[in-house]
Design a binder for this molecule. Structure first.
Ligand SMILES: [Zn+2]
Ligand SMILES: [Zn+2]
Length: 236
């Protein structure tokens, strides 16, 4: 997927879907997730300015250009810069929504979060399948080179198991690292903390603790009354 051109008008929110307007913060200045979501990169002095490729590379580092896995007019999905689990993706709305406190009980906000979840699930499955397929190919190459036994593995069931274990949710204000709504999509195992005694970083993403909310809880909160019961996979 290529980056979009940076030749838009001076509007900061050219692709803001009107139906979520009540959640959109139009006062945002430089926001790294806005820049990633729109295929642009940080430009603190003038967020609306276009930047050339060389400048983009200088400001964000090549890694940033490579970490987006999906983007359309509504949502973008990219790898967390500091992954806390074997797979750690973030899904953001392209429009600048600050956090879960900006979302209200409404069909539009419910639909936005549902859309973020669906795209996150698609990307998780896609990334997991790519990783496992590559691992199997590597093992097979080693085996055919006489360095190991041929690996017999059912890729589909491995992918299904990872997908089943995936966790989706939001950090709750004030425990948000970046003030642009982002859905964490994590596939265990979780990594260990840097500091002695901190242990598994899973503690940051447990919905029985006050700083993290499972996406199913968010959706239940946003769903307007008297609407059909949403279809949320039971493992969430
Ligand atoms: Zn933003
Ligand atoms: Zn977070």
């Amino acid at each position: 997927m290529g980056a979009s051109s940076s030749t838009e008008s001076s509007s900061l929110l050219p692709s803001n879907p009107p139906q979520i307007a009540s959640a959109v913060d139009t006062t945002r200045r430089a926001c790294v997730f806005c820049d990633i979501a729109r295929g642009e990169l940080p430009h603190a002095d003038n967020p609306a300015a276009t930047v050339d490729a060389g400048s983009m590379k200088q400001r964000a580092g090549l890694a940033d250009l490579n970490r987006i896995v999906y983007r359309d007019d509504t949502v973008a999905v990219f790898h967390d810069r500091h992954p806390k689990a074997s797979l750690h993706l973030l899904v953001v709305p392209v429009a600048h929504v600050r956090n879960t406190d900006s979302l209200r009980q409404s069909a539009a906000h419910y639909a936005l979060v549902q859309r973020m979840l669906e795209q996150g699930q698609r990307c998780v499955e896609d990334q997991v399948r790519k990783t496992i397929t590559a691992q199997v190919a590597r093992h097979r190459a080693q085996a055919s080179g006489g360095t190991g036994e041929a690996l017999s593995i059912d890729v589909d069931s491995q992918v299904a198991e990872c997908v089943r274990q995936a966790r989706y949710g939001f950090h709750v204000p004030p425990f948000t690292s970046v003030s642009h709504l982002h859905l964490h999509c994590l596939v265990p195992p979780f990594r260990n903390g840097i500091f002695c005694g901190l242990g598994s970083l899973e503690v940051k993403y447990r919905d029985d603790l006050p700083w993290f909310e499972a996406v199913a809880t968010t959706l239940a909160r946003l769903q307007p009354p008297n609407t059909a019961v949403p279809v949320v996979p039971s493992q969430l």
